[in-house]
Design a protein around this ligand. Structure first.
Ligand code: HEC
Length: 448
């Protein structure tokens, strides 16, 4: 009751302020948001999966008491669109993603409005029921496939000091597969709880003979080049679910090359691992379309060459030789990186901006997974354009030292510039059918 009264007082005092400021016409009789009725539910839906004990975030946001000390920072991070970690431009480009973490504009405004009106607690009785979260140790894609993974490949164990620079760990591990099998889905699961906080991102290479594999001509991979990116995982990502009829081929005797990027967490780690869980198609089932993970670079022949106190833009063009559907967009830049876009120039010259990360945060290697109805269909002969923006000036608080030249390299103080994209190659007739369906849906939508 007490809290409800305080909410009323906040409303009246703001109304009075508006009157004093000559704010006639500003309707002040709507209630300002309060935690219990308006904000707790948003935090449950959009924050708590990470902001709970032993999850990836540094603090829990489960109760009003836990939220309180963070209110100013919550305002800053939400207002800057840094939290939740979803750094796509909210207007330009495709907005339908399977793993969307973003706040709706209304939710965002509610949080900002709530903080600006004194962050009132609201009536306890209106608090939503505590949300329960799934056991952090279970395989999350088990819910999708109705069973545990068919194959689990575990990295070799790693140690990490409590305080140290970034470390990389690159063991190679046998899959134990004795026959060729097609992959339907996969999940990466760092050990719990410490590994989950220390493993920043994971790149998995598939080491196998590629001779005669579908899609191998398009990617320009020769049979001799045996390791190919298999999967990229980063904080926030669970795994890959390949749409029906698509998947990746793991061959008998295949090995997995792990590339773990580790951050010290202030606590010593000993003997932790990362697991790859793989769901397989039934034996002798071959999906019609292979999915191939490609790295699309923004770099030209000059590589990365950013002078002190300068901004830079790099752009590269990639011709797509066979009809394909793009399943995701995952920009990879480091601390000087500020943004990346993916555009297509269709064979008729029409251009379309597909995805635009304009607020890149170097700690977050987000993977933006297109919803099935939105996944870009790319006709053969199209050109994909990858553009990367960098800021090596004092305007970029993440730049390690704007007085220094920045070039290509693996450490976070060096730079990179590419996007990871899963390509599903389609036969021409199926592509044409999907394209026609998409056009029809668009036309129907336009007349609604
Ligand atoms: C996918 C996981 C994830 C989600 C979802 C998420 N956060 Fe975070 N949050 C993190 C991690 C990890 C950090 C620490 C690293 C960083 O600052 O980026 C963090 C940091 C923060 C910080 C800064 C803490 C500091 O010490 O500077 C605030 C404030 C915050 N989050 C608020 C929120 C709010 C509010 C939401 C929901 C609207 C949210 N976060 C959703 C993972 C998440």
């Amino acid at each position: 009751m007490l809290q409800w009264q305080s909410r009323t007082i906040v409303r009246i005092s703001l109304g009075a302020l508006a009157l004093l400021a000559g704010g006639a016409g500003i309707a002040q009789d709507y209630p300002h948001p309060n935690y219990a009725e308006d904000v707790a539910g948003i935090f449950q839906d959009k924050c708590q999966i990470c902001h709970q004990p032993n999850s990836v975030a540094p603090m829990a946001l489960l109760t009003y008491e836990e939220v309180q000390p963070w209110i100013p920072l919550i305002r800053m991070r939400v207002s800057a669109r840094e939290m939740p970690p979803w750094h796509l431009n909210p207007v330009i480009g495709i907005q339908d993603y399977k793993n969307d973490l973003s706040l709706t504009e209304r939710q965002r405004q509610t949080i900002l409005d709530w903080v600006d009106s004194g962050a009132p607690a609201g009536p306890d009785a209106a608090l939503p029921a505590v949300r329960s979260f799934p056991d952090p140790n279970r395989w999350q894609l088990g819910d999708v496939y109705g069973r545990e993974p068919d194959l689990i490949v575990r990295s070799a164990p790693f140690d990490l000091a409590a305080a140290t620079q970034d470390k990389w760990f690159r063991p190679t591990v046998d899959t134990g597969l004795t026959e060729d099998r097609w992959v339907q889905g996969m999940e990466v699961r760092p050990s719990y709880p410490l590994g989950r906080r220390a493993v920043h991102h994971v790149l998995l290479y598939q080491l196998q003979d590629r001779a005669g594999e579908p899609g191998s001509e398009e990617t320009g991979q020769s049979a001799a080049l045996q390791d190919q990116p298999f999967m990229e995982w980063a904080i926030g990502k669970v795994g890959d679910i390949f749409p029906a009829g698509t998947g990746k081929l793991l061959k008998a005797g295949a090995r997995i090359g792990w590339d773990l990027h580790l951050h010290a967490i202030g606590q010593e780690i000993k003997g932790d691992t990362v697991e790859l869980g793989v769901w397989l198609y039934p034996r002798n089932t071959q999906p019609r379309h292979p999915t191939v993970l490609r790295s699309l670079s923004a770099l030209g022949e000059g590589g990365i060459d950013i002078r002190p106190n300068e901004t830079a833009m790099l752009q590269q063009f990639h011709v797509v030789e066979a009809p394909a559907r793009l399943e995701n967009f995952q920009p990879h830049l480091h601390r000087v990186g500020k943004g990346m876009s993916l555009e297509v120039i269709y064979p008729d010259g029409r251009r379309e901006l597909l995805s635009y990360v304009d607020n890149f945060q170097w700690q977050w290697n987000n993977n933006y997974i297109y919803a099935d109805d939105a996944a870009p269909l790319i006709p053969a002969g199209s050109t994909l354009v990858v553009t990367a923006w960098y800021d090596n000036t004092d305007n970029n608080p993440d730049a390690p030292d704007p007085r220094q030249w920045v070039g290509y390299g693996e450490r976070a103080v060096d730079e990179m510039g590419h996007a990871w994209v899963n390509f599903t190659y389609l036969e021409q007739d199926e592509f044409d059918r999907l394209w026609a369906e998409r056009q029809a849906r668009k036309a129907a939508g336009a007349t609604d």
